[in-house]
Each structure stands twice: as C-alpha cells, then as structure tokens.
Design a protein around this ligand. Structure first.
Ligand code: UDX
Ligand code: UDX
Length: 438
C-alpha cells in the first residue's frame, strides 16, 4: 500500500520505518528540514535502539520530504498524522499542528480512497474535528464537496521510547477506530503482517518467544481515542501507586523491590510498571493524564484518581531535593552529581524528565550541579542552555570530587560504578531503587 506519515518524531518515524520494512511504500514528511536532510542521508535524527539498522533495511521502500506537493497524497492509501500535540497551559492538547496537517492533506485529496489516520494522541472528539478540516480544505481547493473519497480513523500507538521498534513490530494489540467500514478494512490489511506475525523478523529485533497473532480492537472513533488516554493514565497511576507504597515502605523499613515483586506476581496485577523511584516523565504520561482531567472537566466530571496520580508523581521531584537537604544539611555551595538526564534509559529524550526539575530546584537552592548521561547531554545543552550544569562524558569523573550523587535515570552502566566506595565518602541517593546499596 502507499502510505504517508506526517511528522517524523518518535511515533511517526518508527511507524514509517516499520511499515516500509513490511513492504509498504512509505513517504515520511516533516516540516523540520534538518531532520529530513538527516533521514535522506539515512541518519537517525533521534536516538532509538536499532533505528539506524532499520533505516537501512527500510531504505528501498521509504522516501523523505518537507514538501506536501512531493507526497503524492492524491494516490495515497493511508495518511498518518503523527505530528506533536504539546500541552497548553490548561492541560489541554495544542492541536494547531494537527490542524495544519489535516488541512494540507484535505486540499490535496482526489478521487482515490484515502484513510486519514490520527496517530498522534488527540483529545476525544478530534476524529470528527479532523474530518471537518479535511472536508473544508477539499471544498476550498476543488470547489465541490468530497464524494466518499476519504475516511477518518483513530489508530493510537502504544510504543515506548527506548523500545519503540520492538513495540511496533510486536504489539500487545492494535486498535483501529472508525465509523467507515472501508477504513477498518484498509488498516487491517495494512497491518496484516503484524496481526498475523508472519513477516520475517529483522535480525536485530527477533520475534519474542511465544509471540502469536496480535489481537485487533475495532471500534468507533471516540472509543479508540479514549483507549489511548485510559491506557496511559492507568500505567501512570500504577507507577504513582507503587511510589506511594515506596514512601511508606521506606518509613517502615521494608524493601520496596520485594514488595513490588510480591504484589506483581499476582496475575491480576502483573509485574510491569511497578518500578518505584522518582516517577514518570516523558512525552505521554504527564500530557495525557493532564488532558484526561481537562477533558473530563469539559463534561463537569472530576477524575480524582488520575489527578492524585499526577500530584504524587510531581511531588516526588521535590522529595528528592528535600531528602538530599536532609542528608547534607546545607545545599548551598555543595556539588551534586545527577546520573542520567533522559526521562528513561535508552533514549535521549528530555521531555518532562525529572532531571530538569531536580537540577532547577538544586540550582535555586545554591547547589552546584554536575551531570552525566550516555546520550542526552547534547539535547540538554541545546534545550536548556540557561541551566548552569557542568557536564561530564565519563560517569566516573562526574562522581569524583562531589558531595552527593543522585541516580536519576537507571542506565545499566551505572551499576558498574564503585558504589560501596562512593557511599562511604558521600551522600548517595538512588532515585530508582536500582543499585541494591544494602
Ligand atoms: C507523538 C504524538 O504525536 C503525540 O501526540 C504523542 O502524545 C506522543 O508522541 P512524538 O512523535 O513523540 O509525538 O513527537 P515529536 O518527536 O515532537 O514529533 C513530532 C514531529 O512532527 C516533529 O518531527 C515535528 O517537526 C513534526 N511536525 C510538527 C510536522 O511535521 N508538522 C507540523 O506542523 C508540526
Ligand atoms: C509511554 C507508554 O508506555 C506507551 O504505551 C505510550 O505509547 C507512550 O507513553 P514512554 O513514555 O515512551 O511510553 O515510556 P515508558 O516506558 O512507559 O515510561 C514512562 C515513564 O515512566 C518513564 O519516565 C519511566 O522511567 C517511568 N516508569 C516506567 C517508572 O517510573 N516505573 C515503571 O515501572 C515504568
């Protein structure tokens, strides 16, 4: 099939590359010329495990452009809108980029049947809104109403950064929401190799043992849109729940990792997303929980559970600094090393990363901040030039000659540091219950 992916962020690029690998003809479009230039040179503009290899493998079936007129929309079967949807001040999502993309697509559609898919996480009801924009743009450019030549679908993604390609190839489920049965058919056919799991797995991403056919959930637009928010919010509150238990566990002298294991082995609960620590960050959990609360408000509904999960999460960032202060007594003039900047390991993404808030709070209180991260330092320098942080390429150097170390992101390589020696000299705060310090 012929596919256009608009927005080559974490979601769009991984989706485009995976579909090209599966044999579809894919065009990836982005307004960011730097990204497109890199992609045309077969270089990954983001850090994501195996993306370099997959870009090479996808190469025969994929092209990149910044220009809608080069995207052949009039003969495209599926258009994915996967541009960013950042939060506005009130927690609702900024849909301006989605609007621009929908308008650009609508004005270029023709007689060929095209499914326009909301892949970005958009508020409930956006499917109808996008449909109206596509329709208006079509009328504006063609001078007459469209005649059943397009349908809107919602096809939320559940990929995690750091394992985005594996999650795309081996998903737990695929959700397709649409009111037009043709759209469901087209997308089911597009995803057939993933649903049947009968494609040849790339060497770098072998099929997990026991992986069978993937269930598909077909539903209406609003249900698909809500599934995404409800799933992310549930995962977020699972993490906040274990963090609330961790606080009590610390007080009563229990071992939270054993507690989490003991809880997670109950198959009704499950072991995943029970890792305690300084809480979630990233592009989705904060944004989606805020958007869910904001949407509910529009219907005069409160979401106290989701709101509490947010409070618990963001308070943890203060708690780290307060615990450090309790340990060091005085923060002013102290040198504190943050190990890990990215919001989770295996990514260079800093969106809503706890490291940023923690660094700001420490600097505000007069501490000198040092930091190490295996891949996110350049992003941090570029995105937060105002933060006075001394960066280190070597974790050992970063922790030598400082007053305290906070493990912020659980990169596996941090386990190799000599924690016993460090702990005997300076304050060590394991923000992810990762080090087994005893
Ligand atoms: C995605 C989803 O879009 C978001 O809704 C979800 O909640 C998180 O994941 P992501 O792919 O991570 O976002 O975003 P980002 O890495 O910011 O990528 C968005 C891309 O869209 C960028 O490359 C940006 O240049 C591009 N873009 C943005 C366009 O091509 N056109 C625009 O008008 C705006
Ligand atoms: C999340 C969802 O998992 C994914 O389905 C959705 O498509 C996008 O949002 P992502 O944000 O990339 O994915 O990573 P994820 O692995 O979910 O981690 C999110 C945050 O939660 C990270 O900051 C991570 O450190 C934290 N986390 C995760 C915990 O604190 N404890 C856990 O047990 C799991």
């Amino acid at each position: 099939m012929k596919v256009l992916v608009i927005g080559t962020g974490y979601v769009g690029l991984n989706t485009g590359v995976a579909l090209a690998y599966l044999g579809h003809k894919v065009t990836c479009l982005d307004v960011d010329e730097r990204k497109i230039k890199m992609l045309q040179d077969c270089k990954a503009p983001i850090y994501e495990p195996h993306l370099d290899t997959m870009l090479e493998l996808a190469c025969p079936n994929i092209q990149y452009t910044t220009n809608y007129d080069e995207a052949d929309i009039a003969i495209t079967d599926v258009v994915f809108i996967s541009v960013g949807t950042p939060s506005l001040m009130d927690g609702s999502a900024n849909l301006e980029y989605v609007r621009q993309a929908a308008h650009s697509v609508g004005s270029r559609l023709n007689d060929h049947f095209t499914v326009v898919v909301n892949k970005s996480t958009v508020p409930i009801g956006s499917g109808h809104w996008v449909s109206a924009i596509v329709r208006d743009a079509y009328i504006e450019s063609h001078g007459h109403k469209p005649d059943g030549n397009y349908a809107i679908a919602s096809n939320p993604e559940f990929l995690r950064q750091g394992s985005a390609l594996a999650d795309t190839f081996y998903p737990d489920r695929i959700v397709v929401g649409a009111s037009d049965a043709r759209a469901i058919d087209v997308l089911t056919n597009l995803y057939r190799p993933l649903l049947n799991q009968d494609f040849a797995a790339p060497d770098c991403l072998p099929r997990p043992e026991g992986m069978g056919a993937v269930p598909v959930v077909t539903c209406d637009l609003a249900s698909a849109e809500l599934i995404k928010y409800a799933a992310n919010s549930f995962l977020a509150l699972k993490i906040s729940y274990i963090n609330e238990i961790a606080a009590l566990s610390d007080k009563v002298g229990a071992d939270i990792n054993q507690v989490a294991r003991g809880i997670g082995l109950d198959s009704r609960i499950g072991p995943r997303f029970l890792n305690p620590g300084i809480g979630w960050g990233g592009s989705c959990f904060g944004k989606d929980t805020a958007a869910l609360v904001a949407t509910a408000k529009e219907y005069n509904l409160e979401m106290p559970i989701v709101a509490a999960a947010r409070d618990v999460n963001y308070r943890l960032r203060d708690t780290v600094v307060e615990n450090l202060q309790a340990e060091l007594k005085i923060l002013k003039g102290r040198t504190v090393t943050l190990l890990g900047l990215a919001f989770k390991p295996n990514t260079d993404d800093l969106r809503d990363a706890p490291s940023i808030d923690i660094a700001k709070k420490l600097i505000q209180r007069g501490a000198k901040v040092r930091a190490h991260d295996p891949v996110a330092i350049e992003n941090m320098k570029r995105q937060y030039p105002e933060l006075e942080i001394e960066y280190f390429q070597d974790a050992n150097e970063a922790v030598s000659d400082c007053d305290a170390v906070v493990l912020v992101t659980e990169w596996p390589e941090y386990r190799k540091l000599d924690w016993k020696a460090l702990k005997s000299r300076i304050a060590v705060l394991d923000g992810r219950y990762f080090l087994n310090l005893g």
